[in-house]
Write a protein that binds this ligand. Sequence first.
Ligand SMILES: NC(=O)c1ccc[n+]([C@@H]2O[C@H](COP(=O)([O-])OP(=O)(O)OC[C@H]3O[C@@H](n4cnc5c(N)ncnc54)[C@H](OP(=O)(O)O)[C@@H]3O)[C@@H](O)[C@H]2O)c1
Length: 275
Amino acid sequence: MIVITGATGSIGRALVRRLRGEEVTAVVRTPADLGCRYVLGDFERPETIGKVLSPGDRLFLNSSLWPGFVTAHRAVIDLAREAGVAQIVTVSVRDAAPGQPLGGGPHGEVDEYLRASGIPWSILQPVGFMQNLLGGIRDDLIHGSYGPGGVGYIDTRDIADVAAALLTRPVGESRNHILTGTAAPTHDELAAEASAALGRTIRYVDLPIPEMAAHLERHGMSADFAGELARGMARVGDGRWSSTTSEVQDITGHPPRSLADFLADHAAEFERGPK
Ligand SMILES: NC(=O)c1ccc[n+]([C@@H]2O[C@H](COP(=O)([O-])OP(=O)(O)OC[C@H]3O[C@@H](n4cnc5c(N)ncnc54)[C@H](OP(=O)(O)O)[C@@H]3O)[C@@H](O)[C@H]2O)c1
């Protein structure tokens, strides 16, 4: 059995589709029409996920972040070990390590715990998601503090494809997989590519950290998180996420979807035009 947590998320939904025909159980917080068997479970009550697990199961461990993330994910790893789970594939982030800002810190703590758990593991370490663009282009503008730093944005469908391959082949070597798209455009290049694909001018506006934080706050983010996110963008400006890897191709046998593919597939969602 392949047990999928975070099954209603952007990676989880693509993974469920990709695993059609396999024996799959999705863990969801509220009933969801995913086209597969599901059980109700919540990381805030780890036992609701633990009770789903049986010896030999393969577990996709994933959820969004919240303050209880580390405790809850560690508890589910303990329950998976007790249940005799054969493998855990999890989603982390590139450069995750304890003490890192944003998601890097909590993911780093869970990653370390998983590596020491004795359960065979695969840690997927993607950079930014192309899907972020769906909310990130407003009034034909993309705001950020990335400066000239490129980002190898990846489509979450490729992360799902990697997870599906790792969860269905014989359990292999436990290791980290840094996942990127085919290219790592700067945000000016990304805006130019979006303009060409969508047939209207999209512009990248690079803002100093305080102004970016204020911009995010105006769009409903808490002051603390807005500041942290703006500082995180500026760190990426040093080019740390501007290299690409061949992991998607190596594991799935197909190249990652390009930004042009992503924009074409989501053209209807971007068809808002300037206000
Ligand atoms: N966005 C990025 O650019 C980026 C980059 C690198 C890494 N990541 C990592 O990617 C992961 C998330 O990706 P995603 O595609 O799954 O995100 P997503 O589309 O936001 O989905 C999050 C999933 O987690 C589930 N969830 C949240 N809290 C839960 C809880 N307490 N119990 C059970 N399920 C819970 C949600 O369920 P509901 O439907 O019930 O809410 C949903 O299925 C995070 O670990 C994030 O740090 C993100």
